[in-house]
Write a protein that binds this ligand. Structure first.
Ligand code: PCD
Length: 776
């Protein structure tokens, strides 16, 4: 009983279509809601007339901003020290913003009644471009905050003077501007909630798509004034999260108020367009990179300036003290003596958010900029990109390594990963093939990326959400007959926690994984903790699960010593049994010990009996998974169409609990990278009209665009995690976009192309070949 590729327990219900998602819930007397959204990106709200909608025979209530304002609930706090309108009261600030909430007997009536609401808007100048947002005289979006301009924050990291000095002595400085465009998580299940206020007890139960149920409960308590113990959040099965379900959305809160007003349960589920238009976006980083090196290609310094577009409200979901997330880690995987970055956040008339979509809070942007800069520099130096990387990768003996911005990378063997990648891919052979093809005028490209992630937020003294330290609880109870229940604060969205967390307990205690039930997603039945995102479950909750299992094992030792009438010190543990040292035949399995722990066995003073335990785990550091990726593309010179022919990925996430799940996680992230690099775009026209509101416009990769992934692995355990595991859930999303873009740019080298912004649609590639790229 140890780690391994166990098929996922939860798949029994998922593959049979028998899972329970929020929208599957049907409660007696339940009403259905729909949201009226603003057609304007920026407008003053003159009046909202709901009388005709109220008169609809199936409508039970209509809520407006004014109704919420009476309850002090028209605005809600975001996770980034800002406020966001729940229903607009003064202005609308992005297209799709919530204006009114209709509650009716069924979903259709609720939708129909939206048409009956008469809203008068007075359009205002629209700010879509992040640069224009800071121009003098730009229309001010957040006048509600008393702001005089659209500036959100200035933040910087690293040593500016030292970086300046490094640049001054460099032989070569390469510069490149680039945009990491706005993208959107796209879980199959959109967001939704069912809220039910019990008329007798006053207890509020909210079933919601929530990656962080306990954090949501705090927010509901603060906003509604209900005491926390009278609020229960239940996240049932979640059909994909990808960061989309970390924060709270106006629809959830309106459902709560709707239930208070009508006395009945209220369900709100958004549709696909609503999800794409109004829930948390990701990225939207305009970056200017500069990299300094010697002529031999030894890196000396890296400098990045960022203009970060935060949309109309700063709803970024990340540890509160980090306005630019973990962008600090932009020095990547290299031995960079000096580095400096400066980020300026701005408001624009676009949907709010800034979610850690499949990345640990802005590390995707950080990896992208450094990995693009490495290729730009390699071109300038006339070096092969693999050579330049190998020359500058951190060496194993440098770990634990403190980077120029002060983050301590826990462990790694980077050259080994890159060497393995080159072997698996047949790198030199591919370069030969490319040279031949080039000579024939065919466009083939090789794109490398090497990434380091920083996951497992986080040490409670440095990282918090809403002021709450990011430690996770875990509770384990072994039943009298030897099976067990593990209660967790994190929340699976499809990544298989019911299986892997059972494996963790199983490996510590010898209870078969099938006999370990994993309870999650219900604040009444799980310990406090801040949820699942930033690949933190394995590093934090996983460590908590192992720790609590080890506590149980110690309890079992006490009980076994009473059973065997020997000192606990004379006992040895192996494969689910405590036995007398030197007498392997004299011992008891965890199952036998569990029974005895609940029996009339006389226990020594101070030993309570039972095997239950609980723990709170605050990680000493983040874990730093890493990987080396290679993407091989062929570009059609006539159409600009990119075909990803091969993708080879070597990942290192330390010890793997379930290698099959890990492989699935990597597959997902690689597909994600192809999507972002080649097709996903949240575009806006100059009036702020959202142009990516359906999957017809916002394109997602399918099996057709993805090659058969080729995976390799190295294992460098994390020295501070109890089993040496690091997170993996987002690694491939973080590492892959740069590999794809590097490959396409490499293919286009004969045209003198040094950079082109994502998404590299056929049109974008075609323009790049002709030297007329669209400006970022
Ligand atoms: N693992 C193993 N081993 C190791 C690690 C890990 O085995 N070493 C596994 C675990 O257990 C799990 C998985 O794998 O199951 C993952 O993990 P992690 O890394 O820890 O992570 P988590 O925390 O759990 O999760 C989270 C993630 C995220 S974050 C995201 S985006 C995504 C991922 O996850 N999402 C998702 N993946 C996935 N999958 C699916 N299916 N679905 C989903 O939704 Mo964010 O921040 O939220 O943006």
């Amino acid at each position: 009983m140890t780690y391994g590729s166990l098929p996922r327990k939860e798949d029994a219900r998922f593959v049979r279509g028998a899972a329970t998602f929020v929208d599957d819930l049907v409660l007696p007397g339940m009403l259905h809601a729909a949201i009226l959204r603003s057609p304007h990106a920026h407008a003053r709200l003159v009046s909202v007339d709901t009388s005709a909608a109220q008169a609809h025979p199936k409508v039970r209530a209509v809520l407006t901003g004014a109704d919420l304002a009476e309850r002090g609930m028209a605005w809600m706090p975001t996770l980034s020290h800002d406020v966001q309108a729940v229903l607009a009261t003064d202005k609308v600030r992005f297209q799709g913003q919530e204006v009114a909430f209709v509650i009716a007997e069924n979903r259709y009536a609720a939708r129909d009644a939206l048409e009956l609401i008469d809203v008068e808007y007075e359009p205002l100048p629209v700010v879509v471009d992040a640069r224009a947002a800071l121009a003098p005289g730009a229309e001010v979006i957040r006048d509600d905050l008393g702001k005089a301009d659209n500036h959100v924050f200035d933040w910087c990291s690293g040593d500016e003077a030292a970086t300046e000095a490094a640049f001054a002595k460099a032989d070569v400085v390469a510069r490149q501007d680039m945009l990491y465009p706005r993208v959107h998580p796209a879980p199959l299940e959109t967001c939704g909630a069912v809220a039910d206020v019990d008329a007798i007890t006053g207890k509020l139960t909210v079933w919601a798509t929530a990656q962080a149920p306990h954090a949501h409960r705090i927010l509901y308590s603060r906003i509604t004034g209900l005491p926390e113990h009278r609020i229960r959040i239940i996240a049932p099965d979640i059909g994909g999260g990808f960061g989309n379900k970390v924060g709270m959305y106006p629809g959830y809160l309106c459902a709560v108020v709707g239930s208070m007003v009508t006395g009945r349960p209220v369900k709100w589920t958004e549709d696909r367009s609503e999800n794409l238009m109004s829930t948390s976006f990701a990225r939207d980083y305009h970056m200017s990179g500069e990299i300094a090196a010697t002529r031999e290609g030894k890196l000396l310094g890296l400098r990045v300036r960022v203009l970060a577009d935060h949309g109309a409200f700063n709803g970024t979901a990340q540890p509160a003290k980090f306005p630019a997330g973990f962008f600090h880690v932009f020095t990547g995987s290299y031995d960079l003596p000096a580095a400096f970055c400066a980020v300026t956040g701005v408001y624009t008339n676009k949907a709010p958010g800034g979610v850690a979509y499949a990345c640990s809070f802005r590390i995707t942007e950080a990896v992208y900029v450094v990995e693009r800069m490495m290729d730009v520099l390699a071109r300038e130096l006339g070096l092969d990109p693999a050579q330049l990387r190998m020359r500058n990768l951190l060496r194993p003996e440098q770990f634990p390594y403190t980077c120029a911005t002060g983050w301590q990378y826990d462990s790694g063997d980077y050259p080994r990963a890159l060497t393995l990648l080159k072997e698996l891919a047949g790198y030199d052979e591919l370069r030969r093939e490319q040279a031949e093809k080039r000579a024939r005028g065919e466009l083939m490209g090789l794109g490398l990326s090497f990434f380091t992630e920083a996951v497992g937020a986080g040490p409670r003294e440095h990282m918090d959400i809403l002021g709450f330290g990011m430690a996770d609880g875990a509770e384990l109870r072994v039943h009298p007959t030897g099976s067990a229940v593990l209660r967790l604060s994190c929340m699976s969205q499809g990544q298989g926690h019911e299986t892997t967390f059972a494996q963790l307990v199983s490996a510590e205690l010898g209870i078969p994984p099938d006999e370990v039930e994993v309870v999650q997603g219900d604040t009444d039945h799980t310990p406090f903790g801040l949820g699942t995102y930033g690949s933190r479950s394995t590093p934090v909750s996983g460590a908590a699960a192992v720790t609590v299992a080890r506590k149980v094992r110690e309890r079992a030792r006490q009980v076994a010593s009473a059973m065997l009438e020997v000192s606990p010190d004379d006992l040895e543990w192996e494969r689910g049994r405590w036995f007398v040292r030197g007498v392997p035949g004299r011992g008891h399995t965890i199952r036998e010990i569990a029974l005895a722990a609940h029996s009339d066995l006389a226990l020594p003073d101070g030993v309570e009996g039972r095997l239950d335990a609980s723990t709170v785990y605050s990680p000493p550091n983040l874990t730093y998974p890493f990987g080396a990726y290679l993407c091989v593309v062929d570009v059609d010179a006539d159409t600009g169409q990119v075909r990803v022919r091969r993708f080879v990925a070597v990942d290192d996430c330390g010890v793997r609990i379930n290698p099959m799940i890990v492989a699935g996680q990597v597959h997902r992230g690689l597909a994600d990278g192809i999507g972002m690099a080649l097709m996903e775009l949240m575009a806006f026209d100059t009036d702020g009209n959202h142009l990516g509101g359906s999957f017809m416009d916002y394109l997602l990769p399918t099996a057709l665009e993805c090659p058969s992934w080729e995976l390799g692995e190295t294992v460098t355990p994390s020295p501070h995690h109890p089993i040496g595991a690091k997170g993996i859930g987002e690694s491939a999303t973080v590492g892959s976009p740069a590999a794809v873009v590097n490959a396409v740019v490499d293919a286009l080298a004969p045209f003198g192309v040094v950079h082109a912004d994502m998404p590299l649609t056929p049109a974008a590639v075609w323009r790049a070949m002709r030297g007329t790229p669209l400006r970022a």
